[in-house]
Design a protein. Sequence first.
Length: 194
Amino acid sequence: DSHHVVPPAVKYFFDFLDEQAEKHDIKDEDTIHIWKTNSLPLRFWVNILKNPHFIFDVHVHEVVDASLSVIAQTFMDACTRTEHKLSRDSPSNKLLYAKEISTYKKMVEDYYRGIRQMVQVSDQDMNTHLAEISRAHTDSLNTLVALHQLYQYTNKYYDEIINALEEDPAAQKMQLAIRLQQIAAALEHKVTDL
């Protein structure tokens, strides 16, 4: 049951993707499904399944690695809406879970549907949740390293981000473009009159 296990951030982000689809008049449910699948199951969970050493201090033996790859592939196939036609030439790993894949696909669809039916997470609730998480992990996070990595990404796409912030009504209201310009100026040791 999605109502009890989905973090507010997932609900908030999936609602954001739904809002973007509506805003840009994207009615194709497959496209929205792909967005959600690429952002959470594939970007996050598959990465952890295939690389447990990213979060655990473990050495992954080759045999275990091969098994994890099959599990990750099963997970990826469960998240896609396309039907896979199996034949004698199909990879053996896909044959391992061929009978169960339709059940797994239904589980993913039910999970996404459950998230969509949850009560919406307001901006205020999301900010409160993030503040609580931040407070709970203050000692375990090197904020300077995290900020530096965020800034490297922001710097790479600076013009695109500024343009998007200047065009977005909510971002305009909070003056996010100006704030980002001020941060960039401070980090680059530039003088600004903003």
